[in-house]
Design a protein around this ligand. Structure first.
Ligand code: PRP
Ligand code: URA
Length: 209
């Protein structure tokens, strides 16, 4: 069974509480999401392997730790996942970005894939799938299925807010994928929205409602 990491650092939860407020503007919402993503990225990458490399300092030569694998792909689920990319890129400017276009059908709540573009040889990369909301888990599961069908085997999932239902669904479908979240909320309402949640993340990021 995969691990669920709840990243309840005081700075993260404080920013998330500000995001939840219905009177938070799109501009502030985007900025807070970027800041939280950077902070979460620190924990999502905590177990990355390092190797010793030789470096000549101004004083002498020595062996020092460096990332063993620098091929990292940030994979936002469109649209809302885009809001988490910049924070992670600030942390890892060398990372690649692969997009997965997916929306939930408003009637069935089932995800529909409409776009997929990953870096070449993505199967050799560590992939961090990002999406602020993990509600039923359908979108995350389909995104992970798409990546696995292209050979990816090192995948982790980073969400801002998750419903217990979504966590269970991903753990069941993908027991090899660890999940990193800032908060686990109460559950889903009849529209499959997270309660208390923060509303429609895509609309709030992009000011479309
Ligand atoms: C939202 C969210 C996730 C999905 C989560 O996207 O960003 O992708 O719903 O729900 P699920 O866990 O039940 O699949 P939405 O469909 O609203 O699309 P958008 O990002 O384009 O607004
Ligand atoms: N998508 C969102 O943007 N918010 C929710 O609460 C659920 C799905």
């Amino acid at each position: 069974m995969s691990e669920v990491h709840v990243l309840s650092h005081p700075l993260i939860v404080d920013k998330l509480t500000r995001m939840r407020r219905e009177d938070t503007s799109s501009q502030d919402f985007r900025q807070l999401l970027k800041e939280i993503s950077l902070l979460m990225g620190y924990e999502v990458t905590r177990d990355f392997a390092t190797k010793q490399v030789t470096v000549k300092t101004p004083v002498c030569e020595g062996a020092f730790p460096a990332l063993a694998h620098r091929f990292i792909t940030i994979a936002p689920i469109l649209r809302a996942g885009i809001g988490m990319v910049d924070g992670l890129l600030e942390l890892m400017p060398f990372a690649h970005v692969g997009h997965i276009g997916m929306y939930r059908d408003e009637e069935t709540h089932q995800p529909v894939e409409y776009y997929y573009k990953m870096p070449e040889n993505v199967e050799d990369s560590v992939v961090i799938v990002v999406d602020p909301m993990l509600a039923t888990g359908g979108s995350a599961n389909d995104a992970i299925d798409s990546l696995k069908s292209r050979g990816c085997s090192s995948i982790r999932l980073m969400n801002l807010v998750a419903a217990p239902e979504g966590i269970r669904a991903v753990q069941q479908a993908h027991p090899d994928v660890d999940i990193y979240v800032a908060a686990v909320d109460e559950g889903l309402n009849e529209h499959a929205y997270i309660v208390p949640g923060l509303g429609d993340a895509g609309d709030r990021i992009f000011g479309t409602k």
